[in-house]
Design a protein around this ligand. Sequence first.
Ligand code: ADP
Ligand code: MG
Length: 339
Amino acid sequence: MLSVADLRKSYGDVVALDGVDLDVPAGTLVAVLGPSGCGKTTLLRSVAGFEHVHGGSIAVNGRRVAGAGLHVPPHRRRVAVVPQEGALFPHLSVAANVGFGLDRTARRSGRIDEVLELVGLPGYGDRMPHQLSGGQQQRVAVARALAPRPPLVLLDEPFSALDAGLRGDVRRDVRQALHADGATALLVTHDQGEALSMADQVAVMNAGRIIQYGPPAAVYREPANQWVAGFVGEAVLLPATVDDAGAATALGRIALRGPAREGLHIVLLRPEQLRISANGGGVAATVVRHDFHGHDALVQLQLSDGTRVTARVLDTTPAVTTGDEVTVTVRGPAHTFPA
Ligand code: ADP
Ligand code: MG
């Protein structure tokens, strides 16, 4: 539904898009995940038609909208955009906001009620934007984007202004609404939790390029390189000597997720793969830090050779504290990078 090839865009000396390739299949939600300044907004604005690109091409629904000598203006691309916040017309009711881009027939067809119901706001049509919470306003913005059944919906960090407590529900409901409506959507965010929980496919972006594209679980478990490993979650990276029996590391022998050549590698474990106990089997370690997060805790450990690793502990009741002597074991296989 969206096909971006070798897209390039600069602002003076700043290269914002450095050859972006990206495909968004019909009916899916793709998240572009990358740090601030990596070019996410520029990519969305280029797809929407607000930016003239300097190279490459963009096709929406099989039709080229940008490329050599071609720039289809935004209104003719029919791409819907949900911005970060403040998207609603303050003087129009919810129903009038949602129906803004619809012709009279469509407005009378029940589509406005339909999309309000999809985003979890049935019966809210007569409210004014200032009578809604931030989360409800973003739901209305999504409903308005969906209303004209655009070929593509673009969302630029749409939940970043919401309270953490609210964000989870809004993300879940918006994801469900997009799927229920069969929409094709491209979401950009710097928040890995948002990308991993919402998207069918995640495109990891850095410095103007897409460096990995795949399902959330693959991006998390088999990141393309060490930078991706650290960006999409907490990474435990350890030097390892690989032979046909697995990998020898400071945490003992570890199984590998896939085949790897014999020799030196870096292995990746996630903190939830590390189990700590008071005196179980495994490698001896000292607790050097304990960060309590409510639902879990991250425990930083120092091994006898000085290596530091992080374990995620779900059962925080028999709390460990700094200075405790514990033992560490590893669950599940590790991903490898060439050393
Ligand atoms: P992101 O959305 O990932 O934070 P942006 O696409 O906004 O990144 O920006 C990418 C790069 O392009 C940054 O270095 C930013 O400073 C620069 N940039 C974006 N818009 C402009 C502009 N209108 N003029 C000059 N530089 C810009
Ligand atoms: Mg941005």
